[in-house]
Write a protein that binds this ligand. Structure first.
Ligand SMILES: Cc1cc2nc3c(=O)[nH]c(=O)nc-3n(C[C@H](O)[C@H](O)[C@H](O)COP(=O)(O)OP(=O)(O)OC[C@H]3O[C@@H](n4cnc5c(N)ncnc54)[C@H](O)[C@@H]3O)c2cc1C
Length: 429
């Protein structure tokens, strides 16, 4: 049975980090209030609490209810849109700086999983990124580009090695990234919130912020049954931000992507996939999938402007899976679900101060596990020490993207089979 208050997902059904947090009732006074109990909010609140800061974290539903508790679980050190596009946009020096920060998030999350004993495993190291068959450009060139510019240690897998590992003729070559690892993301998010509470943060679930106002230097936030006064706010509401803050809502377009999990496949899995790693491909609407410890296969993919019913998702995602792995045609799909990712117009994540003492972190797209951790650290350092490192993420700005209205053009683009490319999800290694 799913844990109460979550969408029905494999993660909610198998949740181990089950600490519940009360709703806020009454008044509270803190230095910093973080709004949104996803990975970005938890990472920020935890960093602040670890340094003795008086912080509260409020989540409208359950911790990890949003994208953070529904995703593929790949903790990459990549950047939405890929590094060649990033270099083109900001130059190699800036791209290197951003890559180091992405890597910092990837390592910090791992360190916290270990430090706080977060039960989210088995944590599986390694990811394979596959080139589609028929591509003229080999990924060997990209591995060299990354090693030269970013000191990465990717290994190039030629076609024969990919074939030994995967029974599909849809792929050409691939690259292996040893730094990506896979986790159970709802357990990670709930474990981080547990750590926040243990470090002294006040954590509330079932506490939706309904209004924000400023009184001189102080901020006042209203919830259904309470009021919080704070010196500053951090808005970390991802693709579910809606009316919390008009400028942030209208600078992001929430786009849905989907995941399904098969029944345990036993020997059938090995017929198709003989490696334990997280796997994805460089395709319009990237497929991302990974074997789970009990021989199930978790398969994610597709992007759409709106969420769809679970039965329809299961059907469509199964069709995708079988088009790659005909050996899995007999697999029963146990469950499917979707979640919302916010995209900015430039498709890059942004961190900044929207007005004095009101911080935000959004636009992580489909690569948020490491980057939300980075964001939390940078915002916390800015608040505690006045550190300016966050500015590298502010350079992209928050241009108007249409918010919910932006879904209409996004959907039209999807109908032209280009949505993923437009949102930087595809065709970039
Ligand atoms: C299906 C799917 C697969 C993905 N796969 C991967 C992957 O494999 N690897 C990867 O790196 N990234 C992946 N992503 C992206 C990643 O999940 C996100 O980038 C990341 O979780 C964003 O975290 P967040 O905290 O910004 O937002 P969220 O996790 O969405 O959290 C926002 C929270 O804010 C709360 N909230 C909203 N309004 C209010 C309010 N008024 N008051 C209080 N709380 C409020 C919401 O309830 C929600 O819980 C995937 C995303 C999806 C949807």
């Amino acid at each position: 049975m799913p844990s109460e208050g979550y969408v029905d997902s494999f993660y909610a059904r198998t949740l181990r980090e089950r600490r519940a947090h009360p709703p806020l009732e009454g008044d509270l006074d803190v230095e910093t209030l973080v709004i949104g109990g996803g990975l970005a909010g938890c990472a920020t609140a935890l960093d602040l609490a670890e340094h003795g800061h008086k912080v509260a974290l409020v989540e409208a539903r359950r911790i990890g209810w949003g994208a953070s508790g529904r995703n593929g679980g790949f903790v990459s050190d990549g950047f939405p849109g890929g590094y060649p596009a990033l270099v083109e946009r900001v130059g190699v020096e800036r791209a290197r700086e951003l890559h180091k920060l992405a890597r910092m998030g990837n390592l910090l999350l791992r360190e916290r999983i270990e430090r706080y004993g977060i039960d989210c495993g088995p944590v599986q190291d390694g990811a394979l990124r596959c080139n589609m068959a028929g591509q003229s450009k080999s990924l060997a060139e990209f591995c060299d580009f990354m090693a030269r510019n970013f000191d990465t240690h990717y290994t190039h897998w030629p076609r024969e090695r990919v074939r030994e590992a995967l029974s599909t003729d849809r792929y050409a070559d691939a690259l292996f990234n040893p730094n990506t690892y896979a986790v159970q993301p709802l357990d990670v998010t709930c474990g981080l919130a547990r750590a926040c509470a243990d470090e002294g943060a006040a954590v509330f679930e079932g506490t939706r912020v309904i209004s924000l106002t400023s009184h001189g230097d102080r901020k006042e936030v209203r919830t259904a049954k309470g009021r919080i006064r704070a010196d500053r706010l951090v808005i970390a509401c991802g693709g579910y931000v809606q009316g919390v803050h008009k400028t942030i809502s209208s600078a992001t377009v929430p786009i849905a992507t989907f995941v399904m999990v098969t029944e345990p496949l036993g020997e059938m899995l090995k017929k198709a996939i003989r490696i334990p790693y997280a796997i994805s491909d460089i395709k319009i609407a990237t497929n991302y999938y990974r074997p789970l410890a009990d021989t199930r296969l978790l398969w994610g993919g597709r992007v759409l402007a709106w969420e769809r019913p679970a039965a329809e998702l299961a059907r469509v995602l199964k069709r995708d899976m079988v088009s790659f792995y005909p050996d899995l045609a007999g697999a029963r799909i146990e469950i499917a679900w979707g979640g919302m990712m916010p995209f900015t117009r430039h498709k890059l994540p942004v961190i900044g101060e929207i007005e004095r003492n009101v911080w935000y972190a959004t636009g992580f797209g489909g690569l948020g596990l490491a980057l939300t951790t980075t964001a939390g650290r940078l915002i916390s350092e800015a608040i505690r020490e006045g550190d300016q490192a966050w500015r590298v993420f502010a350079q992209f700005g928050l241009p108007y993207a249409g918010g919910k209205l932006g879904k209409i053009p996004a959907q039209l683009v999807y109908w032209r089979h280009q949505l993923a490319a437009k949102f930087g999800l595809s065709q970039n290694p």
